[in-house]
Design a protein around this ligand. Structure first.
Ligand code: C5P
Length: 230
């Protein structure tokens, strides 16, 4: 593995995604494709990227539906051989087991509480426990149901690491000091997230905001982040 960075290829353009992979591949071998790209280009678009470069696929579809529908959805993307495929932990254990049964060689990644939630907004949904408590109980349930990786904010990592020592913990919500937070609320630097116990950090806009058609600034930023966590 080149680094514990998962680069979020949040773009609608196949050409741009290809250029970003090439720009980053000296230091990064895990790339995340989410709804923005997938809904426009589908599995064929991802296969086109896979033909251009060899990389580990983190397919971030955040599936959430009844177990039978999720199982069929996972079957539809299994040919892409994702290393990680996301489902919402809140879909429950039957849904997660169904997803696992359709992807025996990949890791079902359960997304706990989105990193865009503040504690106040989370409470307003009717939850009486803290984000940390809910994320920990959802993560334990998800792992019992067959998930082998968890997405959480860097702030929940230490609780989850204690509760689930062998599970792969993946944290978005990563920003450098001085970076724009955008819609992310619970953020930390990559260095702090790894120190707290993350196995991987997901980074998108901190890198992609520097894209201006040339990859120079982007490459410099990737090198900086990579050296901060080594
Ligand atoms: O641009 P930024 O670094 O905020 O991107 C974070 C990426 O991680 C986005 O693609 C987003 O969909 C994803 N993500 C997240 N929070 C989660 C799960 C995934 O921000 N809980």
């Amino acid at each position: 593995m080149k680094s514990p960075i998962i680069f979020a290829l949040d773009t609608k353009e196949i050409d741009t995604a290809e250029k970003w992979i090439l720009a980053a591949s000296e230091h990064i071998d895990h790339f995340k494709i989410g709804l923005e790209f997938y809904l426009l280009h589908g599995s064929d678009g991802i296969e086109r990227l896979q033909q251009q470069a060899e990389f580990e696929l983190f397919l971030d579809l955040k599936l959430y539906d009844i177990p039978n529908t999720v199982k069929a959805a996972v079957e539809s993307v299994a040919r892409l051989k994702p290393k990680f495929l996301t489902v919402h932990a809140s879909g429950g254990s039957a849904m997660i087991s169904a997803a696992k049964s359709a992807l025996p060689n990949g890791s079902i990644t359960a997304v706990t509480v989105l990193t865009s939630f503040s504690e106040a907004e989370f409470t307003s949904l009717g939850f009486t426990q803290t984000i940390d408590q809910v994320a920990t109980s959802w993560a334990k349930m998800a792992v019992s149901a067959g998930a082998t990786s968890i997405v959480c904010s860097p702030f929940e990592v230490s609780s989850l690491r204690d509760a689930l020592p062998k599970t792969v913990l993946i944290t978005p919500g990563v920003r450098d000091v001085g970076d724009d937070h955008g819609d992310q609320v619970r953020v930390m630097t990559a260095q702090d997230a790894i120190r707290a116990g993350s196995d991987f950090v997901v980074i998108g806009r901190s890198i992609t905001n520097l894209w201006d058609g040339s990859d120079k600034a982007m490459r410099t930023k990737i090198e900086q982040i990579r050296s901060s966590i080594n």
